[in-house]
Design a protein around this ligand. Structure first.
Ligand SMILES: NC(=O)c1ccc[n+]([C@@H]2O[C@H](COP(=O)([O-])OP(=O)(O)OC[C@H]3O[C@@H](n4cnc5c(N)ncnc54)[C@H](O)[C@@H]3O)[C@@H](O)[C@H]2O)c1
Length: 266
């Protein structure tokens, strides 16, 4: 069986970017195994209901995916995520530990040339400055202990979503290195604000004016389909030499804000 006949696992399919990505990949001929805590109204493939906020939930999801894909998988899209309005422990568990746990649990079942895509965020662009703090989570062997330690850090509590996505950027490089010998690529996508249900929570978390000013500048928010296209590219053979990196999909928002800061300081 060629790897293209194997299914691809995808999380977060009940809403937003995950649902749009599933629709696109299905139209492109992928066989899909979707995972979400919420049952989607219409999913183009097999579906596994699982809560990815605990190691047991992640393991249960992985076990079921492996059962549904006895000949292996062609990749994984880690799209499920929660905003900073959720408890910080849940934010870090779903946005960081579920990405790591599911990728590692499924990795032995990936065919050669498989690809993994993680959802980061454009807000995490300065992640390298926080890399050593992130490493305490991404390299942790004891998830509960690492979460307890993180929750004692006022900075992380204050900005749990931002921190979780900084961790995703580091985790993407680490998983890329870990899976390189198996010829499995791991990349991330960093969207700016996208018109999905999570956006309202971002407005509450990051400040309504800040989020709305992005749409004023750009003319609109991104559509989930515009992020799905980049995820699809990173999963495909066309991106065969793209590995361990990130693609920002923000309509130019961060470039604009970065150059505005530079201009103001000249
Ligand atoms: N929308 C944006 O503006 C934006 C910007 C940057 C990054 N992102 C990231 O993109 C990803 C998708 O976001 P979205 O905009 O589609 O949001 P969304 O809220 O529309 O979808 C998130 C999905 O994740 C699922 N999910 C959440 N917690 C889960 C859990 N414990 N177990 C299983 N499934 C769970 C939800 O049920 C939902 O279907 C997230 O990782 C998000 O952080 C979104």
């Amino acid at each position: 069986m060629t790897s293209s006949a194997l299914p691809l696992a995808i999380t977060g399919v009940a809403s937003g970017i995950g649902a749009a990505t599933a629709a696109l990949l299905s139209a492109q001929g992928y066989r899909l195994i979707g995972i979400d805590r919420t049952v989607p109204t219409d999913f183009p493939g097999e579906f596994v209901q699982a809560d990815l906020s605990t190691p047991a939930g992640v393991q249960q999801a992985a076990d079921r995916v492996i059962e549904l894909a006895p000949k292996g998988l062609r990749g994984l899209a880690n799209i499920a995520g929660v905003p900073g309005t959720a408890p910080a422990k849940t934010v870090l568990a779903v946005n960081v530990f579920a990405v790591r746990g599911l990728t590692r649990a499924l990795a032995p079942h990936f065919a050669e040339q498989s690809a993994v895509v993680n959802l980061a965020s454009s807000v995490a662009f300065l992640w390298r400055a926080e890399a050593s703090k992130c490493a305490q989570l991404t390299l942790a062997t004891d998830q509960e202990a690492a979460l307890s330690a993180a929750l004692e850090d006022a900075g992380i509590l204050e900005n749990s979503y931002l921190f979780s996505k900084q961790c995703v950027r580091l985790l993407t490089e680490q998983l890329s290195a870990e899976l390189l010998p198996k010829r499995i690529r791991v990349n991330s996508v960093s969207p700016g604000p996208v018109e999905t249900p999570i956006l309202e929570d971002f407005k509450k978390d990051h400040g309504r004016d800040k989020v709305d000013s992005a749409a004023e500048l750009l003319g609109r928010f991104a559509r989930p389909e515009e992020v799905a296209g980049v995820i699809s590219y990173l999963l495909s053979e066309q991106s065969g030499w793209v590995n361990g990196t990130d693609i920002r999909v923000d309509g130019g928002l961060m470039a604009y804000r970065g150059s505005a800061v530079l201009t103001a300081t000249q």
